[in-house]
Ligand binder design. Structure first.
Ligand code: SF4
Length: 400
């Protein structure tokens, strides 16, 4: 049977409650439970004038931005339309049925002005982490770190080769200001390598093919995650280059200690964070166990012995080769003393030419050299620790 519309059009007064119309399992209700923005007014007070017309409520703007971030609405113009039309979003933003939605341009003005000057978004983030701490969701004993690539809104056609880009002397004031940001260790100063292309519109983004497909301009968001309930406890944006990600990881660990008093006993990450310098920083300077695969290029593929086949003897500071001979740092006495560590922080352990000459294993060890050399980083102790941890975990896994 065909139904017909039964809405009465003649009522004069309506009773309507937004509270009743937002489903109990709607995402915004779950988010709302953990959002406490009571502190942002005091934080922002010095950035508002005492006189003049009242501004748009900053809490409303932050709530709208949270809707945008959680629901994947990237355009602020569209965000304003969605909040205007969607009852659940209105409920979350405390707008009621007839509250006015601000103009989209308000967001960009505030983001580049008060929000940036007052570091408001970080304040909101840290307020949320504090709430997680208070609820017992953060263990603080083990952290993981990782980075996600974010595609920049920059076009390859509007870029120039890195070697031809503007120098600070020839740049305008606006570009010079931008260049100052690029001097940050998390951006342009992360590596001396000149990128293949630089975007004129967005020079802080990095031309990268790290995803394995076609290269593009990108940023990275780096996350420090507590391992108890996978709560993100710090975040930092960098350009898309590994050195910048390692810098961001150090900053996040130090900042988490400073802001929340959290000091992890162990840290997990992928092999990109397993350079000798970074492992040494974690182990020797911060006392953190590295649960990180060691970044090691010493593995040989031509069938000759790799460095793993030589055993380091810590007591005697020498390597023992597969034939049981010692490789020491110095086999010769020089008239002019030479430094034991080179400019890259590497030490060389050498076998005796006499031992190698008569060794039956020479074809598998050093077929093209009179004696075998093993380079060792000054940070090798930290790398050994990371290897031992990985081996222990593998052993536990096998025994289980
Ligand atoms: S060639 Fe030299 S370093 Fe290599 S196994 Fe023989 S003695 Fe040891």
């Amino acid at each position: 049977m065909m139904g017909e519309r039964r809405v009465a059009q003649d009522a004069l007064f309506y009773e309507f409650s937004l509270e009743r119309h937002v489903p109990v399992d709607h995402l915004v209700r779950s988010v709302d439970r953990f959002v406490d923005l009571s502190g942002i007014r005091d934080h922002l007070r010095p950035f508002y004038s005492e006189t003049g017309r009242p501004s748009i409520d900053p809490e409303l703007m932050i709530r709208m931005l949270i809707v945008g971030y959680c629901l994947g609405i990237r355009s602020e113009r569209r965000l304003c339309e969605e909040v205007h039309l969607n009852l659940a979003y209105r409920w979350f933003c405390r707008l009621g049925l007839d509250g006015a939605v601000p103009d989209h341009s308000t967001f960009s003005k505030n983001r580049h002005g008060r929000f940036r000057d007052s570091d408001l978004l970080r304040k909101v983030f840290e307020m949320t982490v504090r709430r997680c701490l208070a609820e017992g969701l953060v263990g603080g004993e083990g952290f993981a770190v990782d980075a996600s690539m974010i595609k920049a809104d920059a076009n390859r056609q509007r870029s120039v080769p890195g070697s031809e880009w503007l120098t600070p002397e020839t740049a305008s004031h606006a570009v010079r200001e931008y260049l100052a940001v690029l001097d940050d260790a998390a951006f342009g100063a992360a590596t001396p390598v000149v990128p293949k292309f630089i975007s004129d519109a967005d020079p802080a983004s990095r031309w990268t093919g790290a995803n394995g497909g076609l290269a593009f301009f990108a940023y990275c968001t780096n996350y420090l995650i507590d391992l108890k309930c996978a709560v993100i406890i710090d975040v930092e944006a960098t350009t898309a280059v590994r050195q910048a990600e390692v810098t961001a990881q150090r900053r996040m660990i130090d900042r988490t200690q400073e802001r929340f008093g959290l000091w992890p006993g162990r840290r997990a990450a992928d092999a990109g964070y397993g350079s000798a310098e970074n492992l040494a920083w974690l182990v020797h300077e911060r006392g953190i166990e590295p649960h990180i695969p060691v970044f090691d290029k010493s593995q040989r593929t031509d069938g000759t012995f790799s460095r793993d086949d030589f055993v380091y003897d810590r007591e005697r500071d020498c390597y023992i080769c597969p034939a049981g001979k010692k490789l020491r740092q110095r086999q010769k006495i020089y008239r002019m003393p030479r430094p034991l560590v080179d400019e890259n922080g590497m030490m060389r352990y050498r076998a005796s030419k006499r031992d190698c000459e008569c060794c039956s294993l020479k074809p598998q060890c050093c077929p093209n050299a009179p004696a075998r050399k093993i380079p060792r980083s000054i940070h090798e102790g930290a790398r050994d620790m990371a290897r031992d941890i990985a081996a222990t975990r593998r052993l536990c896994h096998l025994q289980a």
